[in-house]
Design a binder for this molecule. Structure first.
Ligand SMILES: NC(=O)c1ccc[n+]([C@@H]2O[C@H](COP(=O)([O-])OP(=O)(O)OC[C@H]3O[C@@H](n4cnc5c(N)ncnc54)[C@H](O)[C@@H]3O)[C@@H](O)[C@H]2O)c1
Length: 434
């Protein structure tokens, strides 16, 4: 183990930890370190995030406001936009967004901005870990030179690693401390230091030989999901032609106890990770002359699903002798997945936009998203009463939140498109399934 004084600071939980980016990833991580006794600062450029956090109000489904408030009172958590705290930080973890540009190229400007803030205040014996999902090579090609230019000697008086975040917001089965953490340092000493840091909050750390391996491991996980979901989606389109229930086929196949893992069709991909991250990899591959065909194909298949859902709406209306144009359609769930309020990249938005373009009168209902802006129009979530539901020609179940009154929907709706198999077990001619 390194002789650095940082080792004892981490072991004694007296290291001062700064987490840059207090979003879905950074906040739960900061709180976890606070919970085990570290003094943690959550840095965020967005005042609308910082102010409520300091009032003990959490925006994350994985952090309760009670827990956050308790850490605040005990002086173990504070949010700020003042980057000068980095001058005192022993450990800095970067959890900023990594979106795509319109051209589908990676936008790493947030990582660069955050890393510049840290490097400008470099102090010896600091550990810096990047958690944001990014293309392979980011840690060593982009971050390392910034610190070396300030006199950092990596593995000696400075430790740099990549450790991908794997959080699944609102997942009750797997909490942050139960999910193994992959860690790849620039040198062996960096890996050891970062592994020591994460062992303070998670049960299992998986060291790998370099940041690039850790960066690629995260991308491979997300490509794996993306491609398998695409296969399930394409399979669903085939099953429709063959007049077979996709779910029944997948359910039967899933009875095989080895060599098979079920994935299910849906309205398309959403969120900050699965639809975006694979393009970080295909971009990097393309730069070295390699075409990532699976990624491109999966993107194509998944990207077509919202339009397929609109076709199913059209079929549901057709069954009632109606056209899309002029019909009233209610979309249930605009968050990209169940039980959260995150609408980023949500396929529901594409479904609604296309329906509006085809002349439908579209509303939505989502207990987690009270209002929404769609193509310049401000919409409010519709309360789900039996009378309201009866007023629509078709109800699209796009996100199966736990607290949706699905029984009432099944009873009162005139036509239903169920993209999530939320009404499993119910037999009715008015339900069109994906
Ligand atoms: N959300 C997930 O489920 C998830 C899961 C695994 C990995 N990730 C990855 O983690 C990273 C962060 O994702 P997220 O969902 O937490 O994003 P988010 O948008 O919820 O949060 C990011 C936060 O960073 C802040 N920020 C932006 N630039 C900053 C800067 N220069 N300095 C300080 N703060 C800054 C933003 O204001 C925002 O509050 C991404 O790379 C994402 O791909 C996300």
């Amino acid at each position: 183990m390194s002789q650095s004084p940082l080792v004892d600071l981490i072991r004694n939980h007296t290291a001062r930890v700064a987490v840059i980016g207090q979003g879905y990833v950074g906040l739960p991580l900061a709180v976890e370190y606070g919970r085990v006794g570290f003094a943690v600062t959550g840095l965020d450029t967005d005042q609308d995030r910082v102010v409520p956090l300091n009032l003990g109000r959490s925006h994350s489904p994985d952090v309760s406001s009670e827990d956050l408030g308790a850490l605040r009172r005990e002086g173990r958590y504070e949010a700020t936009s003042d980057f000068s705290v980095l001058e005192q930080s022993d450990v800095v973890i970067i959890c900023v967004p990594t979106p795509l540009r319109k051209s589908k190229d990676p936008d790493i400007s947030y990582i660069v901005a955050a890393a510049e803030q840290v490097a400008a205040r470099f102090r010896p014996h600091q550990l810096v870990v990047l958690e944001s999902t990014t293309y392979p090579g980011t840690t060593e090609e982009l971050l390392l030179p910034m610190f070396e230019a300030r006199g950092a000697r990596v593995g000696e008086n400075f430790f740099l690693a990549f450790s991908p975040e794997r959080i699944d917001p609102a997942n009750r089965a797997f909490k942050l401390h139960e999910i193994p953490k992959v860690v790849g340092g620039v040198t062996a000493a960096c890996t050891e230091m970062a592994a020591l840091l994460y062992r303070q909050i998670v049960g299992r750390v998986v060291p790998v030989s370099s940041p690039k391996v850790a960066e690629l491991a995260k991308l491979y996980e997300n490509v794996f999901r993306n491609v398998n979901i695409a296969m399930a989606n394409e399979f669903a389109l085939m099953c429709r032609r063959l007049d077979v229930s996709t779910r029944e086929v997948i359910g039967a196949a899933a009875s095989k106890p080895f060599g098979f893992m079920p994935f299910y069709p849906g309205p398309g991909l959403g969120g900050h990770c699965i639809p975006i991250d694979p393009f970080y990899l295909s971009w990097k591959a393309r730069a070295s002359g390699f075409e990532a065909r699976f990624i491109e194909l999966a993107g194509h298949v998944n990207g077509h699903m919202p339009e397929h859902v609109v076709d199913l709406v059209s079929q549901s209306l057709n069954n009632q002798g109606k056209a899309v144009h002029g019909s009233r359609v209610l979309v249930l769930g605009v968050a990209y997945k169940a039980d959260i309020d995150d609408t980023r990249e949500s396929p529901s938005l594409d479904i609604m936009t296309t329906l509006v373009q085809r002349g439908a009168r579209v509303d939505y209902s989502d207990p987690h998203v009270p209002d929404l802006e769609l193509a310049g129009r401000k919409l409010r979530s519709v309360p789900l009463t039996a009378a309201k539901i009866r007023g629509y020609d078709c109800v699209v179940i796009a996100t199966a939140h736990r607290d949706l009154p699905l029984g009432e929907v099944a009873r009162s709706a005139r036509g239903i498109v169920d993209t999530r198999n939320a009404l499993r077990g119910r037999k009715s001619k008015k339900i069109v399934r994906i």
